[in-house]
Design a protein around this ligand. Structure first.
Ligand code: BG6
Length: 525
């Protein structure tokens, strides 16, 4: 199929980007892995693209004892590691804007030093209390840090005209169930207002996830068929090849439901299923997402196995290499019941979606890294080709390929040249890589810029977090009380029997991971 190439000029006309104003980014957990691998590199890319003001600096705060120089050279190292031959010309000028303070997060004196340093650097950079505080620390520290920011009077600007320029970014997970999320929010909101709080779900920063809104609401052709009259089912998959890696401490007390499902999976579901917002503004979009979450049918706890499956990876082979099972990973409790795989069947009770199943699955140590949303349309109501033996024609499937091969494809039946009746299922493909020559920006690039310019569209609001925890908490509790282990699945597999049963019971199948992008099936007479 020929690919659609938008003309360059058209593409440029449709672009709008806001540049961040003068300000400081204050990062807690600055010596940690996320800051090293993602944040600093993303900020550097924004800097290179002139999306940051000249009056901008970063203050890293952490427990490790680093000098400004140590922090700068670590940042330079992270950028170089990630650059893959991308230019790094401005690196010295960038790292010159980085500063570091070490201290103990529970010590009030640390926040006094932070405040003094910010006042000093604000003068150097001619910045007026415009600050983003970024919490890249383990969640149990959130409340204490926020309290100290409040006590040190760092949570709001001292001049009234600057109010709202001080923002707080909180990494996921936001709480570990409904009760803890409410409690955490209560303590944060003693110091910060909702309009200052940016709760990160990095999936919302992915280009392909943002594109769900463009696809649905910047085109007319999808909306008339985006409902129960035309759609048979929706499948959302996040499959990973990685295991628990070095994060067992966190992961073993979280599991896939908290780590991926309550946030990334449900966020993608809301974008696919919500009603059209009245405008591309943060709260209008977030209102629709919350409304959608409210419409998810509560689960029958007495029959949980009808709609939920949990699994845990056993030893297996990935890319030809033997890998350990979850229980053998270092830091995992030997009798852990933590799930590394979750599959679920959800229904959305509203006019648009009544009785359309949404099948969602996410797991670690699977055969391929593959995140996609597949909209499976209904089969033709009647095959006029049955007289020549073609009774069953495959349904059309629209696949939003979120990663790694970002794109969109639509399958359809077409006549192949040749004998009189000869059809194939073809795919009309759009690939980001082949159309847009630039590398896909890191999700964090988008999110950091948005919190610096004060755009909350891609951040989750407290009511969103609470509704999703309200849905997930009973499942978590039921699994906690269950005596049984999660089902074991061999690392490196596509799926496993119990997960297959969840969908096959309804006469459907999971889509295969990592398909080829071209014609998959043909039949002829
Ligand atoms: C994180 C989870 O939020 O997302 C990780 O904590 C997971 O466990 C990661 O591996 C997946 O992100 P991505 O962008 O690689 O799909």
């Amino acid at each position: 199929m020929q690919e659609i190439k938008p003309s360059v000029s058209k593409r440029d006309i449709l672009c709008a980007e806001t540049v961040a104003g003068p300000g400081a980014l204050v990062v807690f957990g600055a010596s940690g892995d996320l800051v090293h691998r993602k944040l600093l590199v993303s900020i550097f890319r924004l800097y290179q693209q002139d999306l940051l003001d000249d009056r901008f600096y970063i203050l890293g705060c952490g427990r490790k004892k680093f000098s400004d120089e140590d922090f700068r050279s670590r940042a330079a190292e992270a950028v170089l590691e990630s650059s893959n031959s991308a230019p790094v010309d401005d690196l010295d000028a960038f790292t010159g804007r980085l500063y570091y303070l070490d201290g103990d997060y529970s010590d009030a004196d640390f926040y006094g030093r932070i405040k003094a340093k910010l006042i000093e650097l604000d003068k150097v950079y001619d910045v007026h209390e415009s600050r983003v505080f970024y919490l890249s620390v383990p969640p149990f520290l959130y409340a204490a840090i926020v309290d100290h920011l409040g006590s040190a009077q760092l949570a709001c600007a001292s001049r009234l005209d600057s109010v709202g320029q001080i923002r707080l970014v909180v990494e996921k997970p936001f709480g570990k169930d409904l009760q803890s999320a409410v409690k955490l929010n209560d303590s944060i909101s003693r110091c910060f207002g909702e309009s200052q709080i940016y709760r990160i779900d990095h999936y919302l920063g992915k280009e392909t996830v943002q594109n769900i809104l463009m696809l649905r609401f910047a085109n007319t052709i999808y909306e008339p068929i985006w409902n129960r009259n035309y759609i048979d089912n929706v499948q959302i998959t996040i499959a990973e090849t990685v295991g628990v890696e070095h994060r067992a401490g966190y992961y073993d007390s979280a599991g896939a439901l908290r780590d991926m499902f309550q946030n990334h999976m449900l966020q993608m579901l809301t974008l696919v299923a919500m009603e059209p917002p009245i405008s591309f503004e943060a709260d209008y979009i977030r209102d629709e997402k919350v409304k959608l979450l409210h419409s998810i049918r509560p689960f029958d706890l007495g029959r949980l196995d009808d709609s939920w499956v949990r699994g845990q990876y056993a030893p297996g082979t990935i890319d030809g290499k033997q890998v350990k099972g979850y229980l053998d990973e270092s830091g995992v409790r030997p009798d852990s019941k933590t799930e590394t795989y979750v599959a679920a069947k959800l229904f959305v009770d509203n006019w648009r979606w009544q009785d359309v199943p949404f099948y969602l699955r996410t797991g670690k140590r699977l055969a391929a890294k593959d995140t996609e949303i597949a909209i499976a349309f209904k089969e033709v109501p009647y095959s006029m080709f049955s007289s020549v033996g073609l009774d069953e024609l495959p349904a059309n499937i629209l696949v939003l390929q979120i990663q790694p091969e970002e794109g969109i494809s639509l399958s359809f039946q077409a006549k192949r040249p040749g004998s009189k009746i000869c059809m194939s299922t073809l795919n009309m493909n759009f690939s980001y890589k082949s159309i847009f020559s630039t590398k896909m920006p890191e999700a964090y690039q988008r999110l950091l810029l948005d919190c610096m310019v004060g755009d909350q569209t891609l951040f989750t609001r407290q009511d969103d977090v609470e509704v999703s925890w309200r849905l997930m908490t009973p499942i978590l509790q039921a699994w906690q009380q269950a005596q049984s282990q999660p089902h074991q699945y061999a690392a490196g597999g596509e799926s496993f029997a119990e997960a297959d049963r969840l969908i096959e019971r309804d006469g459907r199948k999971w889509r295969k991971l990592l398909r080829s992008g071209t014609s998959t099936q043909s039949y002829e007479i």
